[in-house]
Each structure stands twice: as structure tokens, then as C-alpha cells.
Design a protein around this ligand. Structure first.
Ligand SMILES: NC(=O)c1ccc[n+]([C@@H]2O[C@H](COP(=O)([O-])OP(=O)(O)OC[C@H]3O[C@@H](n4cnc5c(N)ncnc54)[C@H](OP(=O)(O)O)[C@@H]3O)[C@@H](O)[C@H]2O)c1
Length: 249
């Protein structure tokens, strides 16, 4: 992907930050997160603060960008929140509402606010960060898994809806990454991929005409889910049960 104007939600940390660093080599990249972050020395992209769950803050961001004549070609829906725990407890249910506001309503808000930009672009694209949990949901994070299943289905539907407008929609299926999102998660036998490695693969495959990009071990899991779905889901269920048992009450 070259010479595009790319907006990355949640591009201030983790995977989004690594993507921003790589994509800024050949594109104009703008990132935002909720927390204002000082630009690193020599940083090649601009950053702002806005909340994907807060429509007003996105409208303010759009206004700021419009004043600079910025028209977004590519929207990367990367901002996301995660929570794990017993979904029958109030704390997990409250966290679930936040997950839905960020991971589901967030991309819809961004489409609402930047849809006109995409309509004006000659090469409009939306990239959604999904997860293997969209395909093999886990009992220790059912709402998060469901939010990623939404993004997966949304990507397919959006692709069909936007094909007449030349909109490219890419779903990125991620395995577990080594970012602050998963710092509290320790599961024996499960590897965490470095966000830099994931970002490198995403950038490589965005240069092709891929519509679904399976990162690292997500590729193997997706193949196994096609071949032996019940066994793979049973493995995820066993991991979830163990994880919930190990949690302090
Ligand atoms: N880590 C994994 O194992 C994993 C696996 C599968 C999929 N994913 C997905 O990959 C994406 C990136 O994950 P990550 O691991 O890089 O996460 P991360 O390290 O926790 O970073 C999340 C980024 O999103 C921003 N953010 C969170 N809520 C936001 C909001 N409401 N509005 C705007 N920005 C917000 C955060 O900044 P602020 O906190 O300052 O807002 C931060 O920049 C997420 O969609 C995640 O669900 C991750």
C-alpha cells in the first residue's frame, strides 16, 4: 500500500503503533487513541486523541483533519479492548458493555464519520482487526469473541455492500499478540506473537489483493477449524475452563 492517507484507530500502542511505523514509510499516516501521547523523536506520522465509542470526539477529529484538507483513503479499525473473566459476574458484564461500545460501535462510528472521505477517495479501503476467537469463541471472553465475530461478518457484508463503490474491505485474523492487551494472560502452550511481526505480515499482504489476512498461527488454526472444527473448539473450551479455574475469585 503506497501513497494513501491512512487513519489508524488505536495507533498509539501495540499492533496499531507498529502498523503506523511501517505504513508511514510510504503513506501519510494519522493515528489516534483515547490517551494523548507525545510524539516520539523523528516520528513520521501524526497522532491525535479521540475515542471510537464517542461520536462527538470523532466528529471533532474529522473537523481538524478537514481543516488540513486531509481526506482519508484507508480506515484501519484497530482500536479494541479486551476483558476476560466469568461472564456471569457483574464486573465482566460491565466490561462487556465497554467491549461492545469500542469493538462494535466504534467501527460503525468511524464509518459514519469518515464515510464521505472514503466515498471521495479513488482507492477506498477499510481494514478490520478480527481474531481467531471470532471463529473459535472462548468461554473466558465470550463478549470479546462475539465482538470479533461481528467484525468478521461485518467485513463480509461491508465488502458486498461496498463493491459497487470500489471499496476494498480486508479482515485481519489475528492470533494472540504480545501487547498490553494480553499482558495478564498466561496460558501454557499458547504463544504470543510480537506485534511487529504481525504488522510486517499485514503490510506485506495489504500489498496484494487479499481480502482476508491470517496472521502467524491464525492460519493453522483456521485450517484446522475447517478440517476438525469440533476438536479445535473442544481445545478452546478446555483452555477456557482451565483459565477460569485459575482466576482468583
Ligand atoms: N493482543 C492480542 O492478542 C489480539 C489478538 C487478536 C486481535 N487483537 C486485536 O488487535 C487490535 C489491536 O490490539 P493490541 O493488542 O495492539 O491492543 P493494545 O496494545 O491494548 O492497544 C490498543 C490501542 O487501542 C487504543 N484504544 C482502546 N480503546 C480505544 C477507544 N475507545 N478509542 C480509541 N482508541 C482506543 C489504545 O489507546 P488508548 O487506551 O489510549 O485509547 C491503544 O492505542 C485490537 O482490535 C484487538 O482486539 C489483538
Amino acid at each position: 500500500m503506497k501513497e494513501r492517507t491512512i487513519l489508524i484507530s488505536g495507533g498509539t500502542a501495540g499492533l496499531g503503533l507498529e502498523l503506523a511505523r511501517l505504513l508511514a514509510q510510504d503513506n501519510c499516516v494519522i493515528v489516534f487513541g483515547r490517551t494523548p501521547v507525545a510524539a516520539a523523536p523523528g516520528q513520521a506520522f501524526e497522532q491525535f486523541s479521540a475515542d471510537v465509542a464517542d461520536l462527538e470526539s470523532l466528529l471533532r477529529l474529522r473537523e481538524t483533519l478537514a481543516q488540513r484538507q486531509v481526506v482519508v483513503d484507508v480506515l484501519i479499525n484497530n482500536a479494541g479492548v479486551f476483558d476476560s473473566g466469568d461472564v456471569f459476574k457483574p464486573a465482566a458484564q460491565a466490561a462487556g458493555a465497554k467491549i461492545i461500545a469500542t469493538n462494535i460501535t466504534g467501527p460503525l462510528n468511524l464509518l459514519r464519520v469518515f464515510g464521505d472521505d472514503l466515498a471521495r477517495s479513488r482507492h477506498p479501503a477499510i481494514v478490520n482487526m478480527s481474531s481467531v476467537l471470532a471463529y473459535a469463541p472462548a468461554g473466558f471472553c465470550p463478549v470479546y469473541s462475539g465482538s470479533k465475530a461481528f467484525l468478521s461478518a461485518f467485513s463480509k457484508g461491508l465488502r458486498a455492500a461496498g463493491s459497487g463503490r470500489g471499496l476494498r474491505v480486508v479482515e485481519v485474523v489475528l492470533p494472540m499478540l504480545d501487547t498490553s492487551m494480553t499482558s495478564a494472560i498466561r496460558i501454557a502452550g499458547l504463544n504470543k506473537l510480537a506485534p511487529r511481526a504481525a504488522a510486517e505480515q499485514i503490510v506485506r499482504e495489504l500489498a496484494t489483493n487479499a481480502t482476508q489476512i491470517r496472521i502467524g498461527e491464525a492460519g493453522i488454526v483456521m485450517k484446522l477449524l475447517r478440517l476438525i472444527p469440533a476438536r479445535i473448539q473442544a481445545r478452546f473450551d478446555a483452555i477456557s475452563q482451565q483459565y477460569l479455574k485459575d482466576q482468583p475469585l
